[in-house]
Write a protein of this length. Structure first.
Length: 647
């Protein structure tokens, strides 16, 4: 029976496999740190394959480089054997919500989520540390080699990434920050759908390096804009020029597929002075800034006989043939009085039918300030100032409108979530237009200062503040929506990053000592629950973590099965008595799991009758060797489409 691997993919191996498909002659063999033969890439040969000239040694080229860049890429690709453990008591509407709040290192979170959400996220927003010299950044220990990193993250849960102060006296001040961002952006790109977009807030400290880094990760051709947000209105004298703005870099996954949205069209701009049957219209210029084709020609005003050419340095946006079609269809006007240059009619009804919006500006002067953000969260927490300088929801709602607008059931990811403004903004927009935007937030449990008002109020970490902010904001949004609020999803599942549920022997059986074999009969750690195992299986199989989960209690007595009512969520215990089993179903029949001991052929047959798409059992949970051997045959006969695995 095939086993689930129970750790994240090894992206280096996957990349080698892709290269091998294109350039099989570039694949060779080498020895790893243990002396074992493994596949590797002959980079000299690969360089030659990708060059039109003979490659002799390193060549100068335009690129962004810094100490630690290669280690950051290695860290991004290295697999980990961690998991996400559900925390029902900190969640809201755990069984029904589509939203996720993940507590832990965001690099680990991105690796754990990648198989499940590959290419499924419409919008990413992040507000990373600005690297001012007082910000905390992730220390990813880039000095480790890949083998040591894998061993540490897989088998030692008391280590892991931690936050450190990146002071300006550090000789790698910019390099450490770039390395921290590089590995996370490399992973984040794969989450975006083809028409997806990422927004990254930053200030002047790292804007130049981040822009070049994003050009490399996302491709320079996928750069959309640098949106400058007026973050404050008061003038500060702590600089020669008061810094009243922040940047938000915008990149598309694939620029040609991006549909960018703005604000609602201003209907007051559209008039119908000539009672056109197509309704109100407005005039827009007919010229363009990219000459090409047959677009330089005179257009005569039929009312005055005057010929008009495009303005200097520009051309007409259409050729003569296309112009005649528009003219014959009464879509060309020579000003409202008929005595000026040609312009094109835009009809309001046609634009609304296509879902057009007002083109957004690269300047955001009316999207709230950090002072507004502070006021929002202070009001939510009963006038307590528990978080400094959060982004206002007005900024996030504007960006979400740009990236998602009215599209249904889209996913928004924020892996530097801070106080949870992104979740608050998404819920507010859902209440306004009735859509179901889902959010996935990731936040490290960064400790609050013991002198802070947050700590005194009982919030020991930033993650605790974020979770409580979403709870309070959700209640406020639901109450403000009135009757419509009953159908709003203002809940979230809390999942916490932890070491793998599996004992070390599961991954490295050849290293187990004979004296410890009796302790390793079971390969699951003793403190883990069946629901813990369920979520690791979902991660490993790439099953959506927000799908509904149903737990049932199956009891067999004299060959007859009694099954609890579907949808029961009460705690039915983690230990099964003889003939009593806990069975999980994800999204009805997408996945069925039973992690109890004593799984018999009777249970396997009863489960096979349900014909789930996937079925998982504990490798040591079968009642006998015969039951384990026969399990696959039973499913092949009764439910041949079911994929069966063990852990």
């Amino acid at each position: 029976m095939e086993k689930l691997k129970m750790h994240t993919p090894d992206f280096t191996d996957e990349n080698i496999a892709r290269i091998a498909e294109l350039f099989p002659n570039c694949v060779t063999e080498s020895r790893d740190e243990n002396g074992k033969i493994k596949r590797a890439i002959d980079f000299d040969q690969l360089r030659q394959e990708l060059s039109g000239n003979i490659v002799e040694g390193p060549q100068e080229r335009y690129q962004l480089n810094w100490p630690g860049k290669r280690e950051a890429l290695l860290t991004a690709n290295a697999p980990i054997a961690k998991t996400l453990r559900p925390c029902r008591e900190e969640s809201v509407d755990f069984d029904t919500t589509k939203n996720l709040f993940i507590e832990g290192d965001n690099l680990d979170a991105l690796k754990l989520l990648q198989e499940t959400y590959l290419g499924k996220v419409k919008m990413i927003y992040i507000d990373p540390p600005y690297n001012t010299g007082s910000d905390l950044i992730y220390d990813d220990d880039f000095a480790e080699d890949r083998g040591a990193y894998f061993q540490r993250t897989m088998q030692r849960d008391d280590e892991g990434n931690r936050l450190v102060l990146n002071s300006e006296t550090n000789g790698r001040f910019h390099s450490d920050w770039l390395s921290m961002m590089y590995s996370r952006l490399k992973l984040a790109r794969s989450f975006l759908s083809e028409d997806g977009v990422i927004f990254i807030s930053i200030d002047d400290n790292e804007i130049s390096g981040l822009r070049k880094q994003c050009d490399e990760v996302f491709g320079e051709r996928n750069y959309v804009a640098n949106v400058v947000w007026q973050s404050r209105t008061s003038i500060s004298d702590d600089h020669e020029i008061s810094m009243n703005h922040n940047h938000t870099l915008v990149y598309a996954k694939e620029y040609s597929a991006l549909k960018f949205y703005g604000e609602e069209l201003d209907r007051s701009e559209y008039k119908n002075p000539n009672n056109d049957v197509r309704g109100p219209w407005k005039l827009v210029p007919l010229d363009a800034n990219k000459p090409g084709g047959d677009t330089m020609y005179p257009i005569r005003n039929p009312n005055t006989g005057e010929d008009y050419w495009p303005p200097d340095g520009r051309s007409w946006a259409i050729n003569p043939k296309e112009y005649k079609k528009l003219y014959d269809d009464n879509r060309i006007a020579f000003g409202l009085k008929g005595d000026s240059a040609p312009k094109k009619k835009l009809f309001l009804n046609e634009r609304l039918a296509k879902g057009d919006t007002k083109t957004p500006s690269s300047l955001l002067l009316d999207a709230g300030t950090t002072k507004d953000g502070s006021a929002e969260i202070t009001e939510l927490f009963n006038k307590k100032k528990i978080f400094t300088y959060p982004k206002p929801t007005t900024l996030l709602t504007r960006l979400i409108q740009y990236g998602v607008y009215h599209e249904k059931d889209q996913i928004i990811l924020d892996f530097f979530s801070g106080s949870g403004t992104t979740a608050d903004a998404a819920m507010q927009l859902n209440a306004i237009d009735g859509r179901n935007r889902q959010f996935i937030l990731v936040q490290w449990p960064e400790e609050t200062a013991k002198t802070s008002e947050a700590y005194k109020a009982g919030y020991k970490t930033i993650a605790e503040i974020g979770k409580e902010r979403i709870r309070r904001a959700g209640k406020k949004v639901r109450q403000g929506a009135g009757q419509k609020g009953h159908g709003l999803d203002v809940g979230f599942r809390v999942l916490k990053i932890d070491s793998s549920n599996m004992k070390d022997v599961y991954y490295s059986p050849d290293t187990a000592e004979q004296a410890s074999l009796l302790d390793q009969i079971g390969n699951v750690k003793e403190d883990r629950t069946p629901e813990d195992l369920l979520f690791q299986v979902m991660l490993d199989w790439g099953v959506d973590l927000s799908l509904p989960i149903m737990r049932q209690q199956w009891i067999i007595d004299n060959g007859q099965w009694t099954i609890s009512e579907p949808g029961a969520t009460e705690d039915i215990g983690t230990e099964s008595s003889a003939g009593t089993f806990e069975v999980f179903f994800v999204d009805e029949n997408a996945l069925a799991c039973c992690f109890d001991d004593g799984v018999s052929e009777d249970l396997i047959k009863e489960l096979a009758k349900r014909q789930p798409l996937r079925a998982v059992f504990r490798d040591s949970g079968f009642a006998s060797d015969d039951a384990k051997i026969n399990a696959e045959q039973i499913f092949k006969q009764m439910s041949p489409t079911t994929e069966m695995r063990s852990i």
